[in-house]
Design a binder for this molecule. Structure first.
Ligand code: URA
Length: 251
């Protein structure tokens, strides 16, 4: 198996991030620094990241966290700010699936399953994410809502159309399928409404529900199945219908 893939499976980081970690010279195989993420390794090789041995983990877990404002959604922060991984007591090393801005609150997933994380973040799967944005300027006029629905021109290109509804004056619920940096904030600003607060309430098939800010919980089996299905890792759960009986009368 390729070294970067091994690190992703071992829960160190997503595959792409693992490639970076290797290139930074932080990984040794049998005591020697390896800079090639494609280097072939096996589960019996002594692989260390930053001097700590890593091994393939037996069980993959996924947690949902209601991220508070001020917490950074990386596994480590160079500025010493609190990070999301400190809020989840899973007993295994986790990392976040994607990012929320430090000042955004709400649903973020953490896992040690590198493949699931990679797939969920891949644009091909277009996992919808729903946000509730409180915006400056009160009532948002129809024209602005229409522009958000059509897609707005941002400095890094036009956004895909969003689903948008005004929950109450000045509070929008937006569903987008892309994961560009500060996308919702920039979209709202582009139509004249600066975002005052932003909360993610849904990620793919998962709802934040009543999970309190700062609290985390492990996904239920049904939620995990739905998430894997959204990531294209399994066929959607067939509806459970009893097999039709062929009790035609014998002629
Ligand atoms: N869009 C944003 O602007 N910020 C986030 O944190 C997530 C989506």
């Amino acid at each position: 198996m390729r070294l970067a893939k091994f690190l992703a499976h071992a829960g160190v980081a997503s595959r792409r991030a693992a490639e970076g970690i290797v290139r930074e010279g932080r990984v040794t195989v049998a005591g020697e620094i390896v800079l090639d993420p494609a280097r072939d390794v096996g589960e019996h090789d002594a692989i260390e990241v930053d001097g700590a041995r890593v091994a393939l983990e037996a069980e993959h877990v996924v947690y949902m966290l209601n991220k508070p404002a001020g917490v950074v959604s990386t596994a480590r922060d160079t500025h010493g700010r609190p990070v999301v991984t400190e809020l989840v007591d899973a007993g295994v090393r986790l990392y976040p699936i994607g990012r929320l801005d430090a000042d955004t609150t709400g649903l973020i997933l953490l896992t040690n399953d590198g493949e699931l994380a990679n797939r969920l973040m891949h644009p091909r799967h277009e996992v919808p994410r729903t946000y509730v944005a409180k915006v400056h300027g009160g009532f948002v006029k129809n024209r602005a809502l229409e522009r958000l629905r059509e897609g707005v021109q941002l400095e890094d290109g036009r956004t895909a159309p969003a689903q948008v509804r005004q929950v109450r004056p000045g509070v929008l619920e937006l569903t987008i399928h892309e994961g560009r940096k500060r996308q919702v904030r920039r979209m709202c600003e582009a139509v004249g409404h600066r975002v005052l607060s932003l909360r993610r309430v849904r990620f793919g098939p998962l709802d934040l529900g009543r999970l309190e800010e700062g609290q985390a919980r492990r996904l239920k089996a049904t939620e995990l199945r739905a998430l894997k299905s959204a990531a294209g890792m399994m066929r959607p759960h067939a509806s459970v219908r009893p097999a039709r009986r062929h009790n035609r009368r014998r002629q």
